[in-house]
Design a protein. Structure first.
Length: 124
């Protein structure tokens, strides 16, 4: 998908317009291996995937992988879990990582000793 597409603008003249927000599949296709979206509360849990986050400052135990590969990230140690924050970045929910907090992504099912490089993107 091109970053710009040809279309009709309001003046009736042909011109360039910005595309709709891109889906990660449009960029990575079948190469997308893990996708974590902290603005999607339906993928964040206070336990091992049963109880979703609901309140500001809930501690995130598990982030579900939205790529379809089910390589979820977890943090079993309470003091190292990030906080769930409601509408904190541009009106979107997010995870708040404070000193020493981190999630532990599952070793992706695609990983092997032959993997030379991994590309990661963080979108704020």
């Amino acid at each position: 998908m091109s970053l710009l597409r040809r279309g009709i603008i309001s003046s009736g003249k042909l011109g360039w317009i910005a595309p709709p927000i891109l889906d990660p599949d449009d960029i990575f296709g079948s190469n997308l291996k893990q996708l974590f979206d902290t603005s999607d509360a339906a993928t964040l849990f206070t336990d091992a995937g049963i109880t979703p986050v609901t309140s500001d400052e809930d501690r995130i135990y598990q982030m579900n992988d939205k790529s379809g590969n089910n390589d979820h990230a977890t943090q079993t140690t309470l003091g190292r879990r990030p906080y769930y924050k409601i509408a904190i970045i541009n009106g979107l929910d997010s995870a708040d990582y404070r000193s020493g907090q981190q999630m532990n992504p599952a070793i992706p099912s695609f990983y092997s000793d032959s993997v030379a490089a991994v590309c990661m993107f963080l979108v704020l």
